[in-house]
Design a protein around this ligand. Sequence first.
Ligand code: GLN
Length: 496
Amino acid sequence: MDTATLATDLLDLTLADALEALKAKKISATELTEAYITAMEGGRALNAYTTETPDKAREMAKASDARLAKGEAGLLEGIPLGIKELFCTEGVETNAGSKILKGFVPPYESTVTQNLWDAGAVMLGKLNMDEFAMGSSNETSAFGPVANPWRAQGSNGTFTPGGSSGGSASAVAGLMCLGATGSDTGGSIRQPAAFTGTVGIKPTYGRCSRFGMVAFASSLDQAGPITRTVKDSALMLQAMCGHDEKDSTSLTAEVPNFAASCGKSIKGMKIGIPKEYRMDGMPAEIETLWSQGIAWLKDAGAEIVDVSLPHTKYALPCYYIIAPAEASSNLARYDGMRFGYRAEGKTLAEVYQNTRSEGFGEEVKRRVMIGTYVLSAGYYDAYYLRALKVRRRIAQDFDEVFKSVDALLTPSTPSAAFQLGERSADPISMYLNDIFTVTGNLAGLPGISVPAGLDAQGLPLGLQVLGRALDEETVFAVGSALERAAGFAAKPEKWW
Ligand code: GLN
């Protein structure tokens, strides 16, 4: 085989396939990593990577090969991954997509990435994202928008890969890594996965340590993987999660073997269809996709049950009070003194002011202002406290339905990917992207997005499975049943 064909074949392997090929010594970690370095460097038009670390990747692959030779393979031995810009990586710039953190090189490693390296994974580089993970299209990044490898049929227009983990989704869909880390505060793993024909899971709040993740809204933020298949997600999540004493919200629960749930029968399982997720004005193709998903699960032996989550309509407004409130507090630390960007000023107050007005982008400033407002004296009770009570109600809705169903099936997003620029001037229409995903964050529940079909323009659409807290196993079982039934094999045509 000539090297070009070999390289393409290597890129076609899923993460699970690659692990087997590595263990069987059919390929080496070095070969695999070289193929991905070439793909990453050839994919710069997508702007998915903000920092490339090929030297580090080669070094890590070499160490992996040495361990493989000794039969000491870790869970992700030799697997090349991309890392979202908000995971602190020791010695490698971590900017969270913001000008205010440009040039910030962390002196320590996040727990999630450390877990991945301990499992033998190889770092290819850092991935672009919406600034501080605030956005749904990757257009709020200070380092330029990311392009979706997918295009609409017969169009040259550039589509968003979604956000905020847009770089992660684009790199996975564009075959520029075998998997990528993402983070999900209101949908930032699941929405980009849906927009790019990839799989994304947000685990139960507390499964992954938040230590070393740049904080957006601490009570909602959760890390998770974006991969090509459900099994790949299970394998990657396995390595990412686990208890960490450096994060007080990290759970001590046992981590089950997630991959063992993939492909498991869902016969007799009860799947709830929440009626409130049938939104007014929802495009017909989303409705059709959802019905298709219901039929697939029925065929696989599941029992479909109509359920009600009555507080769903308050989820988005509730999220857009709580998330900015927490963000305004978390972002107070960026004052030009400790990290990254510092502007000039005649007085200390002026330095603070100039640093923050020049260093933060528009969306971040909007959130800081909303957050400060809802937390201020006189408004705290009316907005923030009220939102916390609504959040509790939303969680109770889920507690109630999970007494009688094992999982819920919903669309992942209310539409397919849109073109860059199409919604950036209208924050409300941008916020609507999260309508089906924020509930999972508010209640702390695990949710997966699985590619399920294409819209009329040939763009991917995803279905979401939500599960009980700490029951990722059911989420993976139902997700892989959907994956099997959908047989989603479409790929973006390479134009970059
Ligand atoms: N799009 C949502 C927001 O802008 C969610 C982002 C996220 O999950 N990080 O807040």
